[in-house]
Design a protein. Structure first.
Length: 231
């Protein structure tokens, strides 16, 4: 699954290569995606490389090769992992929630465990409330929800006040968005990367720096399975 920004960047690079045969510059990519700095572009390209959608060609400036496109080609990805919980009513058009509603109409109740930071780490509070979630948003396994606090994952389409749907697991691959418990005290939502025994937690906002921790300082508590958004 690609994030919205990853998909937009991949499509932009593919279109430019087809039109001119030359990859767009990092400055052009930054402007196209509306990012504040080129560091965000570097992270998006690295994520696309890890998922084998993109490859950098060695010894050539601005040399990128699109290896594959998401299923459906250049069509914008359907926001199947984002459900509008309270869309504006309209008598002249279908409800946006109906347009993106999954085929499976079953609704599940999953635990809502307080807030998690998409910024500096904050405590993930165990709560007693529950959240109603369309079953089609959840894959196999046990799930819970966390309310997102902060803006460090906005380039991945994760906004302050969203509800992150988390699959419980202690194992995750590089490049996945995870719930990382730091020093057994604080939890944060970030991209996971493993660097020579250390753990790097990357934000999806150029205004924030990656967080690097040593062995044993970080424990994975789950990985992101979907998103609910309130309007």
């Amino acid at each position: 699954m690609l994030t919205t920004k990853q998909h937009e960047l991949l499509c932009f690079i593919d279109e430019r290569l087809k039109d001119t045969g030359v990859s767009p510059s990092f400055e052009e990519m930054k402007d196209e995606l509306g990012l504040k700095s080129k560091s965000g572009i570097h992270r998006l390209i690295s994520a696309l490389e890890e998922r084998e959608f993109l490859r950098r060609l060695p010894n050539r400036a601005r040399a990128l090769e699109v290896l594959k496109l998401p299923e459906g080609g250049m069509v914008a990805p359907a926001p199947s992992n984002v459900v509008e919980m309270h869309p504006p009513a309209s008598s002249h058009a279908p409800s946006p929630a109906r347009e993106v509603a999954p085929a499976n109409d079953d609704i599940l109740e999953i635990p809502l465990h307080g807030k998690i930071a998409a910024g500096m780490p904050i405590e993930a509070i165990e709560g007693q409330s529950a959240l109603s979630v369309p079953a089609a948003l959840l894959g196999p396994g046990e799930h819970y929800a966390l309310e997102v606090s902060g803006d460090s994952m906005i380039e991945a389409g994760i906004l302050d006040g969203d509800y992150a749907l988390i699959q419980k697991t202690e194992i995750a691959r590089d490049g996945e968005i995870v719930v990382a418990l730091i020093h057994e005290e604080e939890a944060t939502l970030k991209y996971l990367h493993k660097d020579n025994g250390s753990v790097r937690l990357d934000p999806a906002n150029a205004a924030y720096e990656p967080q690097v921790y040593g062995p044993g300082e970080v424990r994975i508590q789950g990985k992101m399975a979907g998103l609910l958004r309130r309007y």
